[in-house]
Design a protein around this ligand. Structure first.
Ligand code: NDP
Length: 277
């Protein structure tokens, strides 16, 4: 098994490991153990957020790992109640302090929260943070095409990524096409459908899994990688972390890819971005 994770280049020139590890709903008390496991397995890209309440645990495991900071890619996110200008600077400082880091690789606006109408102002604050070098790249999350259009029209920096709910049952073709046209990389959250959507039981996934002697989860992760998505499945279990990382010794055929792509059915498992405020 090769452990080489491919990297993608962002529109600001920085590179990002295409496969990482997400820590949504990872209990703060367990984060240290879980992220330490993930780093031992080989993950070097960790996706957290202020609202997850586990930035301290992520930071502790990084500090104790002894891994060179330059070999890690760490993302965190601004929570909705901190959108604005000064509140963004304060929230960012708090996140960095909790993580115990001098910089993050990627800082995201977590949701557009359109009813607040502060995401343009918040983005301008992120642009300033990026200038300081304390966030190497900046991006957004859960932004749909109209939200991206507004940022492109009213601000200077094009987001490096848009992190959206994306899995074979909910592929968001309009948002992804718009983002890719403008050089914005797509990060797929809930890549396995969060276990809520029965993606792993789909017949076409099972057939591909059998053909390659892989598991359904490995097939879905492979589908993301071959689609060009950045992906960071979450698991609290070390054996699944290993499984989800072991996806670089096989390739789905064109017909397997299109069979999985045809599972699209707007099977959203999370909230609609316009309804989170
Ligand atoms: P995922 O699609 O990664 O699914 C996680 C679920 O799948 C867990 O229940 C996990 O269970 C299970 N699972 C993991 N691996 C396997 C496997 N190999 N076989 C079977 N089941 C498996 O959902 P997430 O919501 O966690 O998404 C990934 C990351 O995306 C998050 O951790 C977070 O970093 C980010 N995210 C961002 C959001 C945003 O608004 N920007 C929203 C939601 C997530 P177990 O832990 O028991 O193994």
């Amino acid at each position: 098994m090769t452990k080489t994770v491919p990297t993608l280049t962002l529109n600001d020139g920085h590179t990002i490991p295409q496969l990482g590890f997400g820590v949504f709903k990872v209990d703060p008390d367990e984060t240290m153990r879980i992220v330490t496991d993930a780093l031992e397995v080989g993950y070097r890209h960790i996706d957290t957020a202020a609202i997850y309440g586990n930035e301290v645990g992520v930071g502790d495991s990084i500090a104790r790992s002894g891994i060179d900071r330059e070999d890690l890619f760490i993302t965190t996110k601004l929570w909705n109640d901190r959108q604005g200008t000064e509140s963004v600077f304060d929230a960012f400082d708090e996140s960095l302090e909790k993580l115990g880091l001098e910089y993050v690789d990627l800082y995201l606006i977590h949701w557009p929260t359109p009813a607040q109408d502060k995401y343009v102002e918040s983005w301008k604050a992120l642009e300033k943070i990026r200038e300081t070098g304390r966030a190497r790249s900046i991006g957004v999350s859960n932004f749909l095409e109209p939200h991206l259009q507004r940022l492109l029209a009213e601000t200077d920096v094009v987001p490096a990524v848009d992190q959206i709910e994306l899995h074979p049952a909910h592929q968001q073709p309009a948002t992804t096409a718009f983002a890719r046209r403008h050089g914005i990389q797509i990060e797929a959250w809930g890549p396995l459908g969060q276990g809520k959507y029965p993606l792993l039981d789909e017949h076409v996934v099972a057939i591909a899994a059998e053909a390659h002697r892989k598991t359904p989860a490995q097939v879905i992760i492979r589908w993301h990688l071959q689609t060009g998505n950045i992906v960071f499945p979450k698991s609290t279990r070390r054996e699944r972390m290993i499984e989800n990382f072991d996806v670089f010794d096989f390739e789905l055929t064109r017909s397997e890819m299109s069979a999985i792509t045809s599972l699209e059915r707007v099977g959203r498992v999370g909230a609609h971005p316009n309804e989170v405020n």
